[in-house]
Design a protein around this ligand. Structure first.
Ligand SMILES: [Zn+2]
Ligand SMILES: [Zn+2]
Length: 349
């Protein structure tokens, strides 16, 4: 066992503050990682505030982790000390159920172990995340960061990136796919960049005219203002796939109308009830609504390799850990383009 510095909370609605935490002694297949950067996800804020009523305290958030290997257990074969590695939203699963065997670890029938606020499968201890100097993770849940990826900007691929990458791969986005992205936050901006890199014709759908220029700067081919009734009417039946990144319950009916034959709307943001859906809008054009939750380990590695090859990286604002409470306030106001990343070198005694 070892101890390290971290940032976290002991109770809901308290500001994040320095804590000293313990990391377990290495098991045979464990990798010890010194954390260099950690992205800041909306979920981090929700857990710190206990918005979902499921937070275990003390809570140390962070699941967009980039670091270097500092030690390995005797059974570890894929990593050596010094390797540049990443850890995303999960740190364990049963690895024996059909979901795990099909590389869909987030859907493990025994429940995946989240990187923070989960319970370790062996010790039962609460998992603590990446707002810390170090972390210890089982080898199968450690990802390799290709040398061509700038480690400062790689963290957000581990949650925001994989959340939109998985449905794009699942639904076969390729050259010429008519892809719509609803919302232009952390997830939406990644969806635009990845969609463009896959060759899709990308349209950003937004309520705010002010975001049109931002969307085009990210590579979007078109911008559709959902507040413009004529523009929405003109865009009816015109998309193959739509990624809906709106992070709260909303009315999807105006978006469903925009889907062409066999078109699918994938929800990746809203984890709460939606307004009632009009059945006729699904029947017409044989449309579907689907969901998607982060992604499996193999697919996350595929994403990192793809982003290295195509030099697709999130737009990030680097912060020191001491600025994290201010960053949460700004995130609540959507005042970030498009992801905060903590430079963990700022975490010192
Ligand atoms: Zn996240
Ligand atoms: Zn499983």
């Amino acid at each position: 066992m070892s101890t390290c510095l971290a940032y976290g909370v002991h109770e809901a609605h308290a500001p994040l503050e320095p804590l000293r935490i313990e990391r377990r002694a290495l098991r045979d297949d464990d990798v010890a990682i010194a954390i260099d950067y950690c992205g800041v996800c909306h979920s981090d804020m929700h857990y710190v505030h206990n918005d979902w009523g499921t937070t275990r305290f003390p809570c140390v958030p962070g699941h967009e982790i980039i670091g270097r290997v500092t030690a390995v257990g005797p059974a570890v074969s894929r990593y050596r000390v010094g390797d540049r590695v990443a850890v995303g939203c999960l740190v364990d699963s049963c690895q024996g159920c059909p979901a795990c065997e099909q590389h869909q670890e987030p859907h493990c029938t025994q429940g995946m172990t989240p990187t923070y606020n989960g319970l370790d499968r062996i010790s039962g201890e609460v998992t603590l995340g990446g707002y810390a100097q170090h972390i210890v993770v089982r080898e199968p849940f450690v990802l390799r960061v290709p040398a061509a990826l700038d480690p400062r900007y790689t963290g957000p691929l581990l949650c925001a990136g994989i959340t939109v990458w998985t449905p794009m791969r699942e639904h076969g986005v390729k050259a010429g796919t008519r892809l719509a992205v609803v919302g232009l936050g952390g997830l939406g901006h990644m969806a635009v960049k990845l969609g463009v890199a896959l060759g899709a014709r990308v349209t950003v759908i937004t309520t705010s005219p002010g975001k049109a220029e931002d969307a085009r700067a990210l590579g979007a081919h078109h911008v559709l203002l959902s507040t413009d009734p004529q523009a929405m009417k003109d865009a009816a039946n015109s998309f193959d796939l739509m990624l809906d990144t709106i992070p709260r319950g909303h009315n999807v009916n105006p978006y469903l109308m925009l889907l062409g034959r066999q078109g699918t709307l994938v929800l990746v943001g809203a984890l709460e009830p939606l307004e009632p859906i009009h059945g006729a809008l699904l029947a017409i054009n044989n449309r579907s609504i689907a969901g998607s939750l982060i992604g499996g380990l193999q697919q996350t590695q595929e994403l990192l390799d793809f982003c290295a090859e195509h030099q697709v990286l999130p737009d990030c604002e680097m912060i020191d850990i001491q600025d994290i409470n201010q960053a949460f306030v700004r995130m609540e106001k959507n005042d970030v383009k498009y992801r905060f990343v903590i430079d963990m070198a700022s975490l010192k005694p």
